[in-house]
Ligand binder design. Structure first.
Ligand SMILES: *[C@@H]1O[C@H](CO)[C@@H](O)[C@H](O)[C@H]1NC(C)=O
Ligand SMILES: *[C@@H]1O[C@H](CO)[C@@H](O)[C@H](O)[C@H]1NC(C)=O
Ligand SMILES: *[C@@H]1O[C@H](CO)[C@@H](O)[C@H](O)[C@H]1NC(C)=O
Length: 343
């Protein structure tokens, strides 16, 4: 018979089993030798002093050995020989996979200023074959520029991402993920969270659409900036707020407990941080509830319509009642009374 072998792939640090089989053997010896042509096992006899190499099974039809703690230098062509005349051989290639190291992200300035151009570079070393690097911006994949360099038997893989950061990047997580055949459980990854500083942007929200005298009104100065612009400053018509009991400033809020005509004016709130200042304005016009005549006339009109409808309905009931009264015994005097009112 002829010796039969199979190629083997193992991850560095793992254990490789090399099996050589032969059918119909008449007790002829089998031998395994390494890529340097050194004999490892001759039958069940160990030939090379290497604690990592052990015998698994030696029979007349099989010779299986194992190599533990495999390193990249164990890679190569192993030979199984059957000592017939002439010698018959079979070659098995041992492929050793290099496990990529945990990736690292470089190039992040913390904090970055809005508008900055930054280049994030992710590096992983030691992969064989070359690992694949992928970038994710908050879970969503983004394209990076990949570069592969051989260093010895393994590869160093880099992937860069160029960004011009803005306020929307503040707090965004950039993840670099390594995909590789040797990573069977989970991919290796590294994550950096961007911190972006930006000048404040301010707007005023209000609790009433049509402010009227005597009403409660709350204005809020909504400001967003990083670092957070605190506190905010309120002014009225370009000067300090009047010192009134019914006008309360608390944090970002300006509250009027009871509006007055004299509160009319332009209110402005301003917020700043070390990157800049921003302001917003709100023009307050306090309506006089008595002057809002529109609603009064509406009510009168509706009242009139309701009265007419009620009257017509009553008359219909009475006409119907008169008809019924003619044919049945009804309390006619009551109906007559109502009829007189109607006609
Ligand atoms: C084993 O690996 C060698 C070297 O990579 C290759 O040439 C050969 O075709 C492989 N044999 C099998 C059976 O896959
Ligand atoms: C508005 O303020 C003026 C002067 O402070 C006061 O006389 C008046 O009664 C106030 N009006 C209301 C509706 O509170
Ligand atoms: C303030 O509002 C009243 C109406 O409530 C208006 O008559 C008056 O002209 C306004 N004053 C200013 C200074 O805008």
């Amino acid at each position: 018979g002829y010796p039969l072998v199979q190629n083997v792939t193992v991850t560095e640090g793992g254990t490789a089993n090399l099996t050589c089989r032969v059918e119909f053997n008449d007790n002829t010896s089998l031998q395994w030798s390494n890529p340097a042509q050194q004999t490892l096992f001759f039958g069940d006899k160990k030939a090379l002093r290497d604690n990592r190499i052990e015998l698994v099974r030696a029979t007349s039809s099989e010779l299986t050995i194992s190599i533990s703690d495999v390193t990249l230098s164990d890679e190569g062509m192993y030979t199984c020989s059957l000592f017939t005349m002439p010698v018959r051989t079979a070659k098995a290639y041992l492929t050793v996979l290099g496990v990529p190291e945990k990736p690292e992200i470089d190039g992040l300035t913390k904090p970055a200023m809005e508008g900055d151009h930054i280049t994030l570079t992710c590096i992983t070393q030691g992969s064989k074959p070359a690992a694949d690097l992928r970038w994710f911006r908050n879970e969503k994949e983004v394209k990076g520029a990949k570069e592969v360099n051989a260093s010895g038997k393994t590869f160093t893989v880099r992937s860069s991402l160029q960004l011009q950061v803005d306020r929307n990047d503040d707090g965004v997580a950039y993840t670099c993920r390594v995909d590789h055949v040797a990573l069977t459980q989970a991919p290796q990854q590294a994550t950096e969270v961007l911190e972006v500083h930006y000048a404040p942007r301010v707007e005023i929200t209000h609790s009433l659409a049509v402010p009227q005298e005597g009403q409660y009104l709350k204005l809020e100065c909504v400001s967003k900036g990083n670092p957070s612009p605190d506190p905010v400053m309120w002014t009225k018509d370009g000067s300090e707020l009047p010192d009134l009991d019914r006008m309360i400033v608390e944090g970002r809020e300006l509250t009027f407990t009871s509006l007055n005509k004299t509160d009319n004016g332009t209110y402005r709130c301003e917020a700043s941080n070390h990157l800049g200042t921003s302001s917003a304005e709100y023009v307050l016009y306090v309506y006089d509830p008595n002057a809002l005549g529109q609603h009064g006339t509406d009510h009168a009109l509706i009242g009139g319509v309701v009265a007419v409808v009620v009257f017509v309905t009553l008359c219909l009931i009475i006409v119907l009642g008169r008809y019924l009264a003619r044919h049945k015994a009804y309390p006619i005097h009551t109906l007559k009374m109502l009829m007189n009112m109607c006609l």
